[in-house]
Design a protein around this ligand. Sequence first.
Ligand SMILES: Cc1cc2nc3c(=O)[nH]c(=O)nc-3n(C[C@H](O)[C@H](O)[C@H](O)COP(=O)(O)OP(=O)(O)OC[C@H]3O[C@@H](n4cnc5c(N)ncnc54)[C@H](O)[C@@H]3O)c2cc1C
Length: 433
Amino acid sequence: MGSGSRHRYHVLVIGGGPAGMAAAARAAACGVRVGIVDDNFGLGGQIWRGATAGEIPEARRWMESAQSVNIAVLCGMRVFDQPETGVLLAEGIDDTHELHYDKLIVATGSRERFLPFPGWTLPNVLGAGGLQAMVKCGLPIHGKRVIVAGTGPLLLAVAAYLRKRGAQILMSCEQASVTALARFAVTLLRHSGKIIQGMQLKKELARVPFATSCWPLAVQGNQVLESVRIVRSGKVETLACDYLACGFHLVPNTELATLLGCQLENGYVRTDDFQRTSIPEVFCAGGPTGIGGVELSLVEGQIAGYAAGGRTAEARELFGERKKLRQFARALERTFQLRPELRGLASPETIVCRCEDVPYSCLRHHDSWRAAKLRTRCGMGPCQGRVCGPVTQFLFRWNPDSVRPPIFPVRVESLAATAGASDPVHQEVTGGH
Ligand SMILES: Cc1cc2nc3c(=O)[nH]c(=O)nc-3n(C[C@H](O)[C@H](O)[C@H](O)COP(=O)(O)OP(=O)(O)OC[C@H]3O[C@@H](n4cnc5c(N)ncnc54)[C@H](O)[C@@H]3O)c2cc1C
């Protein structure tokens, strides 16, 4: 494999979001050597990436704790395979690295769920979190007309963020009904922190129209998005805009855990009280175990970190807090479940698999994900089904297939490393960075 290096840690954490940072910080507090890997160039994950983190005291605190002396921070590295038990391979900018662990904490987060509708592949139709990430990385949004659409609390967070950066938010379209949202509001009464966040968002989005039972039907434009046709409580209207920021809640990133052999339950990684998966040396926290927001990720991460570091008493003290936050996660799932009408948005020509250009008409006759993959190449492009997998699961009720390495597209040299793992030519790196 060339000049790759070998790293050894007692506790290795994959994912540098809130769950991963909390896990690394607590494992390090147990006095063991810890490594934390993330494929971005800095820690923070989806919510605290880049410049945003500096503005939020809580984010700054966790980042500082996750970069303490006995933690090696390995950013810009993506884990893509486990050639043998206790060893992972990660691809960096120009090298492949062998990561050895005694205990592993998988904190790989979640991603947005997209649904296809006519025109959804036009430029300037973006994932809500995706547009937010682009703005965080410098995309100018000042004065642009943005429609935010889909489902879930992320839409409001994104709308508020974009508005703060000067975007004109024309409308926030939420597919959930007003009744479902009213029930959700009652649940919030048990979570004072969430009420405060909700009030803050309401203030930040004052005078922005918020429509319930509302979703995009189609996007029009010549080469680039020009307008969006939406349905609002049964009535169709067309709105001209510059960007459509669209996402239908989140789906867990379970690929790495699945590759390691961890069992899933209802689509999430199954864990015990100590966040231990069905593989005894592997723990999991945050997005892959359930979609519950940043607070739940932080608590699960801390429990996993303490448990992996051997301090189960400290982990146990956090069980009560986690129980409460999981109730909130269940309420999120109930409230923002997709309505069946959304299954009818795609026309026969609408592309479902964007990587391989596979339209809806080529898929609907198949009876499984595997059959569709074999006959149409759906899910076989660079995203490896991360976008069209959840789409077809919703549209056709197909179950996703098993996961095969590499779990991300990698360079040929990195593939060669799979065969050469544990080869003595690797340079050994053991200390913290
Ligand atoms: C696009 C997007 C934007 C979001 N924006 C907001 C927001 O503005 N406000 C809000 O409250 N919530 C937001 N969320 C939800 C938020 O992510 C969760 O509430 C929670 O913070 C998740 O924390 P986590 O640590 O579990 O995961 P994440 O924060 O997702 O962190 C997981 C990290 O693991 C990395 N990773 C995954 N696989 C690998 C691998 N194989 N190798 C190396 N690294 C890997 C990922 O790149 C990521 O940095 C967003 C979610 C998404 C998907």
